[in-house]
Design a protein around this ligand. Structure first.
Ligand SMILES: N[C@H](CCC[C@H](N)C(=O)O)C(=O)O
Length: 258
């Protein structure tokens, strides 16, 4: 393909390459774009599609696979749409998990309404022969949330944690969580299709919901979620929707022929 423009940015260091609609995203091209040595580098790629009068986020993981939703990615996409395409906030953006509404506050933090989470059955995840009970949470994409004594218990996270393939036939994002205080947790994540990342928006939402349920709380509360790349705020509203708030910044733009 001839040269085309790209933008690069991140939300709490969960980083993405944004490309125009005309760029065909084969798995090979996604992997090349996400390569942190031979390419631009990223946890995923977002193709900016305009359809039926609305922007649509065509999201791909760095291995080239697709996912239904990306909480940090859609927040960065909204920043791009506002700064580059002139789209005003609040805005509605399409995704494979439906249309999401995004807003931006006076400090520049971007919030996405992630919709209603589904807290499903208990499951089990494991790393290097150790295993933990985990909560299955669906945020449009699948998550398994395990509470551990120390985030180092999760080991290197170079490989996908062991999980029940029957529960997660399409794979799973696995979060390991420790408590930091009242309504304050910290997490690491092994993301389906991207490996360990510095942050995961849908994962932070899954973690908050699992922690709130474990704390005997529910809708009408908010948690601080610390990730290796920064801090997110997750609010479970009284009408049972989950809001994800945090920074989203464009750090570069350029051209490539990858
Ligand atoms: N790896 C995830 C998609 C990206 C999720 C994460 N980057 C986020 O911010 O939600 C999956 O395959 O479901």
């Amino acid at each position: 393909m001839a040269e085309y423009s790209f933008h690069k940015g991140h939300g709490t260091e969960n980083d993405f390459v944004i490309v125009p609609a005309e760029v065909e995203l084969s798995p090979e091209r996604v992997r090349a774009l996400c390569d942190r040595r031979a390419g631009i580098g990223g946890d995923g790629v977002i193709r900016a599609v305009r359809e039926d009068g609305r922007w649509f986020m065509d999201y791909r993981n760095s291995d080239g696979s697709t996912s239904e939703m990306c909480g940090n990615g859609i927040r960065l996409f909204a920043r791009y749409l506002h700064e580059v395409e002139g789209e005003p906030f609040p805005m509605d953006v399409g995704s494979r998990d439906g249309v999401k509404t995004l807003t931006c506050d006076d400090e520049g933090l971007v919030t996405v309404d992630m919709g209603v989470p589904r807290v499903l059955d208990q499951t089990v995840v494991g790393v290097d022969g150790r295993s933990w009970p985990a909560t299955h949470v669906d945020m449009g994409n699948p998550h398994a949330v395990a509470f551990v004594d120390d985030l180092a218990d999760a080991g290197t996270l170079l490989d996908p944690p062991d999980h029940d393939a029957g529960t997660y036939p399409e794979g799973v994002n696995v979060e390991f969580v420790v408590r930091r205080g009242e309504r304050h947790v910290a997490m690491r994540v092994h993301e389906r299709g991207s490996g360990e990342t510095r942050s995961c928006g849908t994962g932070a939402c899954a973690v908050m919901v699992a922690a709130a349920v474990a704390d005997g709380l529910g809708p009408g509360t908010a948690y601080r979620v610390d990730v290796p790349g920064g801090t997110l705020t997750v609010t479970w509203t009284t009408d049972e929707r989950v809001l994800l708030t945090g920074p989203a910044v464009i750090v570069a733009r350029g051209t490539t022929s990858l």
